[in-house]
Design a protein around this ligand. Sequence first.
Ligand code: MN
Ligand code: MN
Length: 464
Amino acid sequence: MTEKLEHTPKSCWEVYGDEANLAAMEALAARYIDFISTCKTERETIDYVVERLRAAGYTTNFGHDLVYRVFKGKTIFIARKGQRPLSQGMRLLGAHADTPRIDLKQHPLYETCGVGQAKTHYYGGIRKHQWFSRPLALHGVVVRQNGEVVKVHIGEDAGDPVFAIADLLPHLAQNQAKQVLSDAFEAEKMNIILGHRPVDEVKDENGEPAKDSPKERVKRRVLELLNAKYGITEEDLYSAELQAVPAGPARVVGLDGALIGGYGQDDRICCFAGLEALLAGEAPEYTQTLLLWDKEEIGSEGSTGAKSRFFEYCVEDLIQAWTPSARFSDVMLNTRAVSADVHGAMDPDYQDLHEKLNSATIGFGPCFCKFTGHRGKYEANDAHPEYVGWLRGVLNDAGVPWQMAELGRVDLGGGGTVAMYLAAYGMDIIDFGPAILAMHSPFELASKADLYATVKAYSAFMQA
Ligand code: MN
Ligand code: MN
């Protein structure tokens, strides 16, 4: 048989254009839209994953074959025992469950100019102007000093109020319009409006404002409402993680409904695709591991990020439970891994920022990124060609379309993922995930066909 000399990536719409595949694609997309509409924080994502794992028979007891461990409610290690011993390595898929957003500061509440506001500190790489004058929801937790964790969730149900950061009117924006974008939108001006109606003034017997009448009556009302709903006080907010995220559900986009628009698809689309692949697969030859991390968007730091020792501790316990004689280094060195993260798709309006031969087209399948990093591959995990060759074969054998790209033109683009932290163990790893339009925006766009192909690709990898 002669091999084809030229290579052109294939559209998923061609590969999966038959009725059976299209029906399965729609069913998958519906589950996914429900997932990203509901899960907008790392904690909510982990809760969802645990619920599906438990329904599939997974337990926290490492003595069993289907196991998981959650850490701090924000990161999860999942393993499914294979027929081969652990010392021959795992098939590992790592994604991240955190997303760029607007966090409330620890002492957030104040009032001014007739409105009650909350101070914020953004999390991750946002374009600040995208967050003004749009409905926001508040998700998160408040921890009382007795340790009780109160879940906050306002702005998603039809009857809920939403919140907003008011943008400047164009009539007063003439100076701002001349500034460079990075100066024009100040982080300290991203304050979220939480309320407007004041509590009644307390009067003394002479009809004058009483001494104990609250000075900031709009803020007082916000506190009263929070207290009535959640039983919390202003001091409780010091031990809170409250995240402002775009309000409302994900939607299908386009007359054909072929795209999915919604918040947090970087990287929940890979969390979801990895979970679907893990749960649907046959009894595997190699142990399959799915890791969902926190803090990727701020450099994978902290005890729940990919730089932490959590993963290591889990593997040590897995070895102890399954094959105590296995060496930790053998398990790690023999593991083959995918850093399941999204790629920036070629933007139809900014094609000049991409280098077309090495860019990803939405709808053409999950995308390999051999190296991330920036400016001369600095801080990149540069995957070994031997590994890329093996993976190509796996996907081609499974008939799954794939593509390979860099993030933007050399010296213009760049970024980092969790890949290099896993590569440190000596395992083979490469970045691999669907290409997204408007990445890191409040309304990211993904292709239904790419989602479908990505689940198939992750399945093929985990079964290989
Ligand atoms: Mn990502
Ligand atoms: Mn990201």
